[in-house]
Design a protein around this ligand. Structure first.
Ligand code: KIV
Length: 271
């Protein structure tokens, strides 16, 4: 056994064990420097397929590829030490069969070193979740607003407004939990419905635009940092990085133009 220093990360069973306990802190990350900063305070870092929209400028997550997820997953693993890292399986790489889902998930885990994957879970998903979990792949499910299905759902809108859809969301969450998911993301539903899901399942619910009563919360990090002017209404901006970056770039541009810029060979050292 090598003497290499090994720092234990949180595990999927540990996250499951937090059901009804201390709230689970989760955020998304897509690169190593951001993962390094989040790692001190997050139990779980999700390499979300939101990367397509917030990093690559796509209008939906539908165009995200497995290769993109692997590249960003590798970066997040390099930047973090203690959080559980979960990587999203993107649209088109898992829905049609459990075998296909296994191949995609195994490749993601092998090539990134992440410890779990997330899939958006409609009624078809229970068989796939059980298949993956039996074969050693921890799965986080995702119910409510499922962004990969936005073309069927009609856009990024809150879900569960009719009794029929609300019941389906509860049933999907129960099926995902019974199939062996270690946690379930509940996105874009009323607080009442999110609380109902939280009561109905024996695994932690991770809310996003759902309810403070969920077992944990997740946000898309660039949204909560104020990197974008327009964010969904439920998102609290904990910083306003767009303004900070604009001011810094303006100051830089002014210094370059006035030839006041200080860098030279004498100062080309890393502290
Ligand atoms: O892709 C993503 O960032 C997500 C979160 C919104 C939960 O799925």
């Amino acid at each position: 056994m090598s003497a290499q220093k090994f720092m234990a990360r949180k595990t999927a069973p540990e996250i499951t064990g937090r059901k009804g306990g201390d709230p689970i802190v989760c955020l998304t990350a897509y690169d190593a420097p951001t993962a390094r900063i989040l790692d001190d305070h997050c139990d779980l870092i999700l390499v979300g397929d939101s990367v397509g929209m917030v990093v690559h400028g796509l209008t939906t997550t539908v165009g995200v590829t497995l290769e993109m997820m692997i590249l960003h997953g590798q970066a997040v693993m390099r930047g973090s030490n203690q959080a559980l890292v979960v990587v999203d399986l993107p649209f088109g790489y898992y829905e049609d069969s459990p075998e296909r889902a296994f191949k995609s998930a195994a490749r993601v885990m092998r090539e990134t070193g992440c410890q779990a994957v997330k899939i958006e879970s409609g009624s078809y998903a229970a068989e796939t979740i059980a298949y993956l979990v039996e074969r050693g792949i921890p799965v986080m499910s995702h119910v409510g607003l499922r962004p990969q299905s936005m073309n069927v759902l009609g856009g990024f809108r809150a879900r569960g407004r009719t009794q029929k859809v609300a019941d389906e969301i509860v049933e999907n969450a129960i099926a995902a939990a019974q199939a062996g998911s270690f946690a379930v993301v509940v996105e874009g539903v009323s607080a009442e419905l999110a609380n109902k899901v939280t009561k109905a399942v024996n695994i932690p619910t991770i809310g996003i635009g759902a309810s403070a009563g969920c077992d944990g919360q997740i946000l898309v990090t660039p949204d909560m940092l104020g990197m974008f002017e327009r964010v969904p209404k439920f998102v609290k901006k904990f910083a306003n990085l767009e303004d900070v970056v604009r001011d810094a770039v303006k100051t830089y541009a002014d210094e370059v133009k006035s030839r006041e810029f200080p860098g030279d060979a004498q100062t080309y050292k890393f502290s």
